[in-house]
Design a binder for this molecule. Structure first.
Ligand code: BMA
Length: 332
């Protein structure tokens, strides 16, 4: 780490999946030579496995995976890994158990996609894009990645990219989200909401919106924000509209620690754009969509999990302090 950036509340993760920066490269972020780490057909039921979320779990790793099945239903599946690279994913989708009778009313499965997972206080919370008369933000939790409990949806439809902060802020749970529509939304800004109980969400704040270039159509929060001495490091996806459709890249910004709706700095260039063959070719070409990041609190190493071309799951590596420096040096 540089002298200016330190990680806050990030535990050491000596077994983080990692590959050194390629010799001769000065890139801030580099792809795994093993990409794609999860093929589209890892389990018999899957058409594609992408946009998925992993966390450290009991000395190894666990996660929630977006597996679109061969009927092209969008589903969430649990998985485990000893090294964060080779995964065992359940062939059956997660069966959410309603937390109470009220949740039972909204528990009927329509679809689920683009999960995020975060440890807060005593359990792993999962947020995802939950079909309830259109996409909205589903919320649930698990202790063991075997039994999953569903809570109330955080918001009304239509909303996507619900991403929890890893701790309460000002005494309340905090979440980024992206209000949207019921289609392939041609707009989208990141907003902030807070909740005293993980059920009722309010005090909504605007964070930042679509800007130029790679993020000119819409943006959405990616992995769980990372707490640093320089602010919350937010990795987020941005979309531009080309004559052949949407192009999904990702970049980074720094948000105020106590008032995360205040943007400290926002990088103008992307960190990673779809340029590898597996990002350019697939069910949806030209998509790099990050949903999770592992951090080694001791070394500042970062392993970013992202979906490629809505088909496979990939890894990229970076150092937290170098991304912070990149954002500051290239702020728009
Ligand atoms: C978004 C979501 C993502 C997907 C992207 C590109 O609306 O559905 O899951 O990666 O479109 O198709």
């Amino acid at each position: 780490m540089t002298q200016t950036t330190t990680l806050i509340n990030s535990a050491p993760l000596p077994n983080i999946p990692w590959e050194a920066r390629p010799q001769g490269s000065s890139a801030v972020i580099w792809r795994s030579a093993r990409n794609p780490i999860i093929p589209h057909d890892l389990i018999p039921s899957s058409n594609s496995i992408f946009n998925s979320a992993v966390v450290p779990y009991q000395g190894a790793f666990a996660g929630v995976f977006r597996c679109d099945n061969t009927a092209r239903a969008m589903q969430l599946h649990a998985g485990r890994s000893t090294d964060g690279v080779h995964w065992t994913i359940d062939n059956q989708r997660i069966q959410w158990q309603p937390a109470n009778g009220q949740v039972a009313e909204i528990n009927a499965f329509q679809y689920g996609y683009d999960p995020r997972v975060v440890w807060i206080e005593d359990r792993y919370y999962v947020t995802w894009c939950n079909g309830y008369h259109g996409p909205t933000i589903g919320v649930g939790y698990t202790y063991d990645f075997e039994t999953f409990t569903q809570l109330e949806n955080a918001f009304l439809p239509f909303n996507r990219n619900g991403v929890l902060f890893p701790r309460k802020i000002g005494g309340r749970y905090a979440m980024l989200s992206r209000p949207s529509d019921n289609g392939h939304t041609p707009f989208g800004d990141i907003t902030y909401s807070e909740s005293p109980d993980m059920q009722f969400w309010g005090r909504h704040r605007y964070v930042m919106g679509a800007a130029g270039g790679w993020q000119s159509t819409k943006i959405g929060a990616g992995p769980i924000p990372i707490e640093t001495s320089e602010g919350w490091l937010l990795i987020y996806h941005g979309v531009l509209t080309s004559c052949n459709g949407f192009v999904y890249s990702f970049g980074a910004a720094l948000l105020d620690i106590d008032q995360p709706w205040r943007v400290i700095a926002r990088g103008e260039p992307y960190l990673l754009a779809p340029q590898a063959p597996y990002e350019r070719t697939g069910d949806v070409p030209n998509v790099a969509f990050p949903c999770a990041a592992l951090v080694d609190g001791a070394s500042g190493r970062l392993a970013i999990y992202y979906g490629a071309a809505d088909t496979v799951t990939c890894l990229a590596f970076a150092y937290v302090d170098e991304i912070v420096d990149f954002v500051k040096a290239n702020a728009m």
